[in-house]
Every structure is written in C-alpha cells, then in structure tokens.
Design a protein around this ligand. Structure first.
Ligand SMILES: [Fe+2]
Length: 328
C-alpha cells in the first residue's frame, strides 16, 4: 500500500497572528481626527508635502512602536487594518503617510522628489523590459525587492490599499531566509549570488545618462542574517547597457534562484483589502503581485476628487528609513 505524502499547509495569508494589527478604537480615533484636520487645512496639497506632527496621536504611535519589532526582528512584515471613518482615496493616502512617518523617515522615490507614490496601471503599453517602471503597469510575476534603484536600503516598505482590484492582485512575499536555507545546500549558486551584479538607477537619476551601481544579490547583515537586492529584468538591462552581458554561470545561478523562490514553501500570500496597509522589511523579502483584472479602462487617478468605487486598483507606496536625513 502506498502512503500519500502529507499535505504541507500553504503559508497563505499570514501564518503568525502578530503579523496582523488592528488599531484600538482610541488609536484609530486619533488618526481619523488628524487625517480630517490635515484634509481640511491642506485640501489640495500633495500628501507627501505635508509635515507631520504625531504628538496628538500618542496611542497610535505607541501601538506602532509596540508592533515595530514584528517588522524588524520576527515576522519581518505586518498588515495594519483599515481605520473606520477613512473612506476617501485621499483619507487613505493621509493615513498611510502618518503610518510611514510614525515608522521612520519617508524617502524620495523619483526625480520629482515624491515620497508617496500612487501604484496603478497607467495603460502604458511599454513593458518593464522596455523601460516602464513597475508601479505604473499591471504586469505581474516580477519577483523583486524595491531597493534596486538606489544603493540606500529601505527599512520599511509600505503598500497601502486605496482600492483593490476587481479580481486578483495578491502580494506574494518570499522570505529570503528560507530561500537562503535552501541555497546553503548549493554553494556554487550561493557563491555567484553573493558576488556583484550591475543595477541601474532607473527613475532615480537626474542625469540624462543612465547611472549604475554594483551590488550582490545576497549579502549579510552585521549579525549574519541574509539580505536581498533583486529585480532580474533591471539587472539584465543594466548588464546589457554596460556591454557586459550576464555570464552563463550568472544566468544559471539566477535561474536556480528564480526556481527556489517560485516554490510555495518559501512564500506568503497577502490580499490587501481597501484600507489595509502591508509593511515589510524590504531587504528580507522578495515580493511580487499576481495578475489582476480592473473594473474600468486605465486612466489617470486624482485622489482628491475620484471616489474609490470609480477607480481601478490603486495602492500607495512609501519607503521609510530608520536613518535621519543626511545633513546638507
Ligand atoms: Fe515592489
């Protein structure tokens, strides 16, 4: 008699309970009141141009502080639930902005100096390989982390949901520690991945000429934990532009790496609902999204005017750093 292998439980939707936080009614009330105040005092300003003073939100900041260790040290990601009363697209962006400011210093994400980016399909028919930036497309299946356009690490990657897709658009998170555990059995692959690759400062360079930097795909923290920097298409394009195509050995190592992180055993899946915010330690995870179907034709979204029910999948992205801004 054959014995069927035991089914392994997929690590879908948040294995640890600590990785889901609902703010108390006191904390939620503080945030909702502050969001309304900011909305009334600066109705037209870009959300990321607003200075934030969280002194009126002590319960909120205390709860963020209490949950910080989940992102920094244990699960390395968390989902903060929606706050009642924040129903408009701009309210949600303001809530995300307060969360980003409570966690750290929101970082610049493009040459316009924006620190909160709206992630939705612009209907651009260029592919990512042809130069489009990921957050402006609906392409799925590009496993990556975000600190690939600049050398500075991102301590907190926030993805906040203004509107979910009609169907799909799940976030897939790949725990690089689990991937690394697999790779330790393949030292030849690990040797290549811990060597340097070229990356391009896509969308971050003010120069007309493309700028590049070198980094390993896998490196280590001071206490020996594996960290990741990866976006295969960006790496391949950077190598091509520099006239240094990937070697066969590098290509094989990346193929192996891709196959490892395609396994469900190293993945979490998170489907964000409207109002929810996923925060992850960017260099501890690769992430991607699944394909999605929108309700409407792609178009520009104006979060100050458009209602959630009238727009397609719309997420807000913030990168927050624990480091204070450099002087000068
Ligand atoms: Fe990303």
């Amino acid at each position: 008699m054959s014995i069927a292998p035991a089914l392994s439980r997929p690590r879908t939707l948040l294995a640890p309970d600590e990785a889901f936080h609902t703010f108390s009614s006191q904390a939620g009330g503080e945030v909702a009141a502050y969001v309304k105040e900011l909305g009334n005092s600066s109705p037209a300003a870009r959300v990321d141009s607003l200075d934030v003073d969280l002194s009126g939100c002590p319960t909120f900041t205390a709860e963020v502080e209490a949950s910080r260790a989940v992102i920094d040290s244990t699960a390395h990601f968390i989902v903060y639930d929606r706050i009642s009363g924040l129903d408009s697209l701009r309210d949600q962006a303001l809530y995300a902005w307060l969360l980003g400011a409570a966690l750290g210093r929101p970082m610049v994400q493009n040459t316009d100096g924006w620190r909160l980016i709206e992630v939705y399909d612009r209907g651009d028919h260029r592919t990512i390989a042809e130069g489009a930036r990921y957050h402006q497309t609906k392409q799925g299946s590009y496993m990556h982390n975000d600190a690939v356009n600049d050398v500075d690490p991102i301590d907190y990657l926030l993805l906040s949901c203004g509107q979910a897709a009609h169907l799909g658009g799940e976030s897939i998170l790949v725990d690089i520690k689990t991937v690394h555990d697999v790779l330790t059995g393949h030292p030849d692959v690990l040797e290549v991945l811990t060597g340097d690759f070229w990356f391009e400062k896509r969308g971050m360079s003010r120069s007309a000429e493309p700028e590049f930097f070198r980094s390993p795909v896998i490196r280590y923290s001071a206490d020996g934990e594996p960290l990741v920097r990866y976006f295969r298409t960006y790496i391949e394009v950077a190598h091509e532009k520099l006239g240094e195509p990937l070697t066969e050995r590098q290509r094989r190592a990346l193929d192996f790496f891709d196959a490892v992180h395609d396994q469900s055993s190293v993945q979490y899946r998170v489907l964000l609902g409207q109002g929810q915010t996923l925060v992850s330690a960017d260099d501890r995870f690769l992430h991607t999204r699944t394909a999605f179907v929108d309700r409407h034709q792609p178009r520009e979204i104006d979060i100050a005017v458009d209602r959630p029910e009238d727009v397609n999948r719309c997420m807000y992205r913030i990168w927050s750093s624990k480091q204070p801004a450099a002087a000068g």
